[in-house]
Design a protein around this ligand. Structure first.
Ligand code: SF4
Length: 101
């Protein structure tokens, strides 16, 4: 679909894999669509956003699926209460992500 409707995204695809530099063909070390949000205040913490949110890959739509995955990835959205109650956190995550799976 990107090839047809989002050639700017498809430019970063090579052999049906993401993300590759369109010029060099080299594998990128991070997603080229990860953007830094404009801070609301000078003291605001750095926040990131997806530049292709509505067209993001399925893997991104379905992430995270497991609390253990979030812990392994050091996901910033995991909270201490989740670490202390992983079963409850997984149930909450399942509810939150039910429309993405
Ligand atoms: S959600 Fe996916 S496409 Fe969007 S910035 Fe993150 S890794 Fe990139």
């Amino acid at each position: 679909m990107w090839e047809l409707f989002n050639p700017d995204i498809y430019a970063y695809v090579k052999d049906e894999k993401i993300w590759f530099d369109p010029q060099s063909g080299e594998k990128l070390s991070r997603c080229p669509f990860l953007e830094i949000e404009k801070p609301r205040y000078p003291t605001s913490p750095t926040r990131y956003t997806c530049g292709i949110y509505l067209d993001r890959p399925d893997d991104c739509r379905q992430y995270p699926s497991l609390i253990s995955e979030m812990i392994a990835d050091e996901c910033e959205m995991i909270e201490t209460v989740d670490l202390n109650h992983p079963k409850r956190a997984q149930d909450a995550l399942n509810t939150l992500m039910r429309d993405s799976r």
